[in-house]
Design a protein around this ligand. Structure first.
Ligand SMILES: [Zn+2]
Length: 295
């Protein structure tokens, strides 16, 4: 932290301890004086620590062949999160970071650490809504290969047996668009909701998650050195959507319905939504290129 010794610094440090994970307060503090504005502008580490304690990580950007990278500064990300929470109407997005809030308060570190293989890890409730169908099957086939840990079942555990693979249509739906004129993207893909996207997928946050199928084979790996977020998992899951006729048709009819409702042709619609690529600006709509290319 860039601070020189003075009374106001001491005050700032005291304040800092009390508001560490309170992003709106940091945004407000950064506007209170020229000096604080300078501190907050120059030191992105403040924002990183604040985001961490608030339960937010930084999902990796998709980049053009150069591998996944971090795009936004932590400062920019914190502002995006605060702004979105003021306008989003979806409670599970606005309050996405509240479920582990007390545990973050008791956490003595502000950075992802390597956990003991048998350290218990809990999955964020949103994680369970990314890839399972409406009956919220508990993914007991998912486990971290480094431990014998089984994720806690979703809030409404189903008595039905666990699915052998995640439900590809459910995954697909979290990547499909909504009406482009929907102002707050209420029904947009996950990536149009930065708060729900950036929460860490687990508590405590971990840099790598491996998922095994029932035969003990790893079928998916999620990595983010700063801590795997819900969006990182969401995007890894997208790779599991089969590129087959059935899923193509599901996506096609979805696009067609939205295009019709918007009074556009499919290509006009594709053009319109290609400008709505989520808060990272890099969302790829499943099958859309293929559908447009084959018209
Ligand atoms: Zn939202």
């Amino acid at each position: 932290m860039i601070l020189s010794a003075s009374i106001s610094d001491a005050l700032f440090i005291t304040l800092w301890d009390h508001v560490l994970g309170d992003l709106p307060t940091h945004v407000a503090l950064a506007q209170t004086s020229k000096r604080l504005r300078t501190v907050y502008t120059l030191d992105d580490e403040i924002w990183r620590a604040a985001c961490f304690v608030a339960g937010f990580g930084r999902p990796l950007h998709r980049s053009n062949g150069a591998g996944a990278v971090h795009g936004w500064s932590w400062r920019r990300l914190a502002h995006i999160l605060v702004r979105h929470s003021e306008k989003c109407e979806i409670g599970s997005c606005v309050k996405a970071n509240t479920c582990f809030a007390e545990r973050y308060e008791n956490l003595t570190y502000t950075r992802v650490r390597t956990l003991h293989p048998h350290h218990p890890v809990e999955f964020h409730p949103l994680y369970f809504y990314l890839h399972f169908s409406q009956n919220h099957q508990a993914p007991s086939h998912h486990r971290r290969t480094v431990s014998t840990y089984l994720p806690t079942p979703s809030p409404s555990p189903s008595p039905t047996p666990p699915a052998s693979i995640p439900d590809a249509v459910s995954i697909l739906l979290t990547h499909l668009p909504t009406f482009p004129e929907c102002r707050y993207a209420q029904y947009g893909p996950l990536c149009s909701h930065p708060n729900a996207s950036c929460v860490f997928a687990t508590f405590p946050p971990v840099p790598r998650l491996e998922f095994e199928n029932g035969d003990g084979e790893v079928f998916m790996v999620v990595e983010n050195p700063g801590g795997c977020t819900v969006l990182d998992v969401n995007r890894a899951l997208a790779q599991l959507i089969p590129l087959d006729q059935y899923h193509l048709e599901v996506a096609h009819s979805h696009y067609q319905d939205l295009a019709l409702a918007s009074g556009m042709s499919i290509s006009q619609y594709a053009n319109a939504i290609s400008r709505e690529r989520g808060f990272l600006g890099d969302h790829e709509y499943p099958f859309l290129q293929h559908i447009v290319a084959n018209m």
